[in-house]
Design a protein around this ligand. Structure first.
Ligand code: AMP
Ligand code: MG
Length: 335
């Protein structure tokens, strides 16, 4: 199939909405990462999303809306706190999980009786949603690879497999949305993102952090967020997450042969092996913005192993750490 390149302008947005209404699948920019969208009400189109990504059937999609009025159509038993959270964080990178209405086909939620819902802030995404219908969309990458933060990465993975890509700029946030479930009591954080635990506590004072956020799920363990059980976001090259201070990290990587470092900008001059920097250690927002791009480029260094200097777990740093520990298949080296 020929994958159309659409501009993020009025005409491109109209074309994208038309393709989506006709049951096609289109990669669209959002402020988190590019998403691969299908009409959330169209079971056949949703099936195509799983096919194009090679996504496991038990990994549910997020439903994207553009108006708070649309929440009731897709979700039920909505607690008051959800409206408060929507007022505070929507449009923006927060996904909330509710009970699913019958309008949403079971395949969107991978057979679960719940549905994940988000209202993106990216203007192009919102306009496309407004002109089509609620859209079901996971990240627009081949399953297992780092999520795409640039249109060219979508094309790298999905050219020829989807109807169109809306070519916009780099994603502002760079990591996928924060996911919380409101179906449990207390509410639980299933995946960290740019909306931080500290911020969520203002609305959900008793929110719990799911064990899958930082630890490897045990074999056969039932995980609340199916996406968290897969090896994810991974370069082809064997990747390790390394904890320690600058001095320890520099000494460690410099002693390795046929290896590369993913490091903080302030370490660049001290590292003698091939390296990619992803921002300064104290700037978690920049680390989030760059992490997937750096993981995508890591294979180009053509080494046997990649050692990533672990970020702090503060604020959005928790989201960066959560993605990196999966990219490293939970191989953590503590110096
Ligand atoms: P992606 O958009 O590719 O980051 O994938 C969406 C992620 O949201 C999935 O990997 C799931 O972990 C999570 N998710 C979506 N729907 C649900 C749901 N109903 N229950 C729990 N987690 C969900
Ligand atoms: Mg994904």
């Amino acid at each position: 199939m020929l994958t159309k390149r659409l501009k993020a302008d009025k005409e491109g947005i109209e074309q994208a909405a038309k393709i989506l209404k006709n049951g096609g699948i289109v990669a669209i920019p959002t402020e988190t990462v590019y998403g691969l969208a299908a009409s959330a009400y169209d079971e056949n189109a949703v099936t195509k999303v799983f096919g194009a990504k090679g996504r496991p059937q038990d990994n549910p999609l997020i439903v994207h809306i553009a108006d708070i009025e649309d929440l009731k159509a897709v979700a039920k038993d909505i607690p008051n706190s959800a409206y408060k959270a929507a007022e505070r964080f929507w449009p923006g990178p927060l996904t909330m999980i509710f009970k699913r209405t019958d309008k949403i086909p079971a395949s969107v939620s991978a057979g679960l009786d719940t549905v994940a819902v988000r209202m993106p802030s990216d203007k192009t995404a919102r306009e496309i949603i407004k002109q089509s219908l609620p859209l079901a969309a996971p990240s627009a990458n081949t399953s297992g690879k780092p999520s795409p933060t640039k249109a060219k990465y979508v094309i790298e993975d999905l050219d020829g497999k989807i109807d169109a890509v809306v070519m916009s700029g780099d994603c502002a946030v760079g990591v996928e949305s924060t996911v919380i479930t409101l179906v449990t009591n207390p509410p639980r954080l299933l995946r960290p993102g740019a909306v931080t635990v500290e911020e969520l506590k203002e609305i959900f004072p008793d929110i719990a952090v799911d064990s899958a956020v930082l630890a490897e799920p045990k074999k056969g363990e039932r995980v609340s967020s199916p996406g968290m059980k897969y090896k994810h976001y991974a370069p082809k090259t064997e990747t390790y997450l390394v904890e320690g201070n600058t001095e320890q990290f520099v000494q460690f990587v410099n002693s390795k042969e046929n290896a590369a470092a993913v490091c903080f900008s302030e370490e660049e001059g001290k590292i003698t092996v091939p390296k990619l920097c992803y921002g300064t250690a104290d700037d978690e927002a920049t680390l989030a913005h760059s992490v997937f791009s750096v993981l995508r480029r890591a294979d180009d260094l053509k080494v046997n192993a990649i050692y990533v200097h672990a970020p702090s777990k503060n604020g959005v740093g928790l989201a960066v750490y959560n993605r990196l520990i999966r990219a490293a298949a939970f191989r953590v080296i503590k110096l």
